[in-house]
Every structure is written in C-alpha cells, then in structure tokens.
Write a protein that binds this ligand. Sequence first.
Ligand code: ZN
Length: 354
Amino acid sequence: MSVPASGAIDCDVHPALPNTQVLLPYFDAYWKEHVQMRGLDRDNYNAAAFPVNAPINGRPDWRPEKGVPGSDFAMLQSQALDGFQNRFAICNVLHGAQAILSEDLSAAFCRAINDWIAAEWLARDPRLRASIVVPMHSPELAAKEIERCAADPRFVQVLVWEMQELPLGRRQHWPIYRAATDHDLPIGVHAGSSYRHPPTNLGWPSYYLEDYVSWSTGFAGVLNSLISEGVFVEFPRLKVVLMESGVTWLPAWMWRANKTWRGVRAEVPWLDKSPADYAREHVRLTIQPFDAPPEQGQLQRIIEEIDCDDMLLFATDYPHWHFDGTDALPDGLPDALVRKILVDNAMKTYPRLS
Ligand code: ZN
C-alpha cells in the first residue's frame, strides 16, 4: 500500500557519511590530530550488514551516481521527504563509531557524527530530526553525550544497536536510560551488533545471510533483558523503539514470554504485569521491513494478536531496499490503524516532535 496521506513521520532513514574526512572539522584539535596521525580518516567505518555493492544496501533508484547510498543530501530530501510527503524524518546514522573498542575514541567519533548531522543535514531541512549516536560501551560517556546533545531539540532519540557487550537490560546501561528519560528521549534500538559476541546463539556464522536473518531473534533477547531486569520499572516513562527487524515475530515472543513468566515470576517480583503488557506499554516497532504474510487475513490475525494499536511506527528505512515505489505500508490495515502508524504513534513516542 502506498502512503495514503501527507504528513507522515518516517522513523528510520539512514544518512550515510560519504567518508571519514567529512568529520575532521567536527573533532576537537586533539582528536583531529590523533585521527589524522593514525590515518583513521582514510578508512570507512560504515556499519555494513551486506557487501557494499549488494542491491539490498540501496534501492537502485535511491543510489547516487557516486558514493554510498544515503550520502547525497539532495536525493534524500527529494526521495525520502518529498517523495513520501513526510512531515518529519528521523535520521539514524549507522556507523562503526559505536563499536570502537577505545571508549574515548568511540566517544570522540560519536560527538563528531552528532555535530556533523546537526550542521550538515538537520540545518538544511526543517523536516529532519536525528538520533544521538553514543559510545555504548561507556555508559558514563554515553550519558554525557546525551546531556550535551539534548540541548538541541532536533535530537529526538538515542540510537543504540541491539547487540552490545552486555544485554541491554543490564544495570551497566542504566545511566544511559536515566539521561534519555530526563530529556524525553526514547531509546532507538536498531538492528545490528558491536560484534563483541557472535550475532547468533550458536557461534560465529559464515555469511551475511545468517548474520542479518539472526537479528530478529536478537530483538527477542533485547525484550527479554529489558523487561526481566526491570528497566521499565526503574524508568516508567521510557519508550524503546525496535528498528528494522520485522514485526511478526512479536506475537510468538509475547506468548512464550508470558507463558514462561507465569511459571517463574517469583524470580522477578518487581514485574507487576506480564512481559507482553510491558512491551505494549513501552516498546514500539518500525514497520520496514514489514515481514507481512501474503494474505490480508493473516495480517489481521497478527495485528489482533499484538492487541495494541500503539506499537507500530511508519518507516521507509531509506535508502535500504525492502519495497518498490511508495509501497511502504502492507495492504489490509484498517484506516484508523494506518493513521496511528503514520502519525499519532510517533507523536506519542517522540515527545520532542511536538
Ligand atoms: Zn534501518
């Protein structure tokens, strides 16, 4: 289904750094010299889920003649913003900065990326908003970066990857959630890994195919951890947005999590409702790629099983190739739900858009 009305909020678009050298003006003097001395500016740290030239990395009509998909501002403006007549689009820069082992270097890169996106993208189109990129392996430095960027209301979310050194619910990460909650910033958990551990439960895979497919199961682990550790009890206003790993795994996860919780709830006495109910209240999912079944009746069944109209958020995942034309929405959704997916759910999830 094409987007039926203008004014939607696209919750997942991906501007890409054309190269690392564009960040040089955004490092302070120390880090600029450090990066140049080590030759780090000659490398590219784009977080890649596929081989660079794989079609899925960028739709053919969304690829610039030169450079990586998503790196051309005018193309993103005309294709993602004008093309879908969006009111807002939230920029999520996927970059290896968040996986760098040195916490200080990771923080320096994240600061530079946040200043770069603000100066070179957000400043050029009032419809653009962005997520704050943070050095996840140092919660203290990540919280500092959230505090620094929060002064700019165009930052509406904190961006992390689903697979980190520790599961996302662990207390080590709580300073990040505290800083985010203090500034009305949801945590956007994007598909991806900092590769401290194998991305599958079984060990290191050989192929991109195994890697990318396994990310949807990683999201189930994210929910297990956030809910069991009591993150939403400690931070009752926190919202978490799961991005780019489908939707239809959710009803099965809800069933398994609720069933198991009934049996072992004594070990997590801080949970005063079922895991599925915590998810319905605190967790949102972007709809691209929407792993919709072929028949509309099946889609209706999944929507009924999720049993919450607030959870789905519109996204194109520009410039990745999940669909053609403007068919970003699956067919067969009720009109009232479409309106919520396109606009209302995002406005409630991201207070800073108001
Ligand atoms: Zn994405």
